[in-house]
Design a protein around this ligand. Structure first.
Ligand SMILES: [Zn+2]
Length: 362
């Protein structure tokens, strides 16, 4: 028996409209629409054509109903004007990753969620409260992926097909999820992770977490969380030169732009100094990238351990993918850039680039 919502989910995952899929799978629009609403069920051969057109194993379509990630609970960190269907595709990918999480959760003991729901304090105070609760003091934040995971956040990679989307966070019941674009610079990835933590903490119970105001709050939270005021005031001189900022950013492992913003926020840079520093950084290529930035990706401890554990138990990743009814490629995208690959010969290396990261599960 086909589960109608699974056809819709797979179609959204591929970013296709009904009309596009109808053409690709050579199924009439009316029939396709009937399959998705459950009015009629596709025949065996039709399922095969849909599966091929959508690049999903045919077994995917007869699984149980999938609990999708709630659209209204997501605050997108994405380029403005990102088309709705791209966001739908990223959300569908997230819903599939949540299936992988459930599979793992049934077999491994994962940390419980310890994300405080702080209502609506100002972002600076919220960041301080989380730091206190997690015993971070005012020290530079450690590996953000490990930190989130240690406090019960399920971290997955955004499918690398969506470069426009940086990150998103969502509560699925009582379980917090964060999806990260692992193709950005390491420094920006850390900022994204902190930004999403801000959403989970400040907008957790409030479904109205979208819009410019929520984005500003999450950015301010990330800034304060990664660069505590006392620490920045203790290390950075007022009116610091660009070179001092480029050196100083290594302390907190943030982008030069983020530190510049924070210093201005803390009145260590005047408006004029802030503007001229930004202009100089832009000129040196720091607007969109992080020249000579951190090389080592912040990878997932949980996913790495899980797949190592499975491997030593003789469970191949392709088996996991098959049980979930997805392709190995689809599963690789959820882990993309987050897992440690094991090289033949026993050595381990961090997956750094797209090509290497995708070799994990082949
Ligand atoms: Zn956001």
């Amino acid at each position: 028996m086909v589960t109608p919502s699974r056809i819709t989910l797979a179609r959204k995952r591929r970013g296709l409209t009904l009309a596009e899929l109808s053409q690709r799978a050579d199924v009439s629009l009316q029939s396709l629409s009937n399959y998705e609403t459950g009015r009629t069920a596709p025949r065996h051969a039709t399922i095969g054509r849909l599966a091929t057109a959508l690049d999903f194993p045919a077994t995917f379509f007869d699984g149980p109903e999938i609990d999708e990630l709630p659209a209204e609970g997501i605050s997108w960190r994405a380029r403005t004007k990102t088309p709705a269907r791209t966001l739908d595709a990223a959300r569908a990918a997230g819903s599939l990753a949540a299936q992988l999480y459930e599979w793992i959760d049934q077999r491994f003991r994962l940390p419980d969620s310890d994300i405080p729901s702080l209502g609506k304090p100002d972002p600076e105070t919220a960041a301080e409260m989380v730091r206190t609760r997690w015993d971070l003091g005012s020290a530079p934040a450690p590996n953000m992926v490990h930190l989130l995971e240690a406090h019960g956040v399920r971290v997955f990679s955004l499918a690398p097909d969506y470069a426009e989307v940086d990150a998103f966070a969502v509560w699925r019941g009582t379980v917090p999820f964060v999806f990260l674009n692992t193709m950005k610079s390491v420094e920006r990835g850390r900022f994204d992770a902190s930004h999403e933590l801000g959403h989970l903490v400040m907008h957790g119970s409030d479904r109205q977490c979208t819009g410019p105001e929520a984005e500003r709050q999450a950015n301010d939270f990330a800034s304060a969380f990664l660069m505590p005021a006392s620490s920045v005031l203790g290390h950075m001189p007022a009116g610091a030169h660009v070179d001092q900022i480029i050196k100083g950013k290594r302390i907190w492992r943030v982008s030069a732009m983020a530190l510049t913003y924070r210093m201005h926020d803390l009145s260590l840079l005047t408006d004029w100094q802030y503007r001229s520093t930004c202009a100089e950084l832009s000129k040196r290529g720091y607007r969109t990238d992080e020249p000579q930035g951190m090389k080592k990706r912040e990878t997932s401890q949980v996913l790495t351990k899980v797949f190592q554990g499975l491997r030593s138990a003789g469970v191949r990743p392709s088996t996991v993918a098959a049980e979930l009814g997805i392709t190995v490629d689809e599963m690789n995208k959820m882990l993309f850039g987050l897992t440690i690959t094991s090289v033949d010969g026993g050595g381990e290396r961090t997956s750094e680039g797209p090509k290497r990261a995708l070799s994990l599960v082949t």
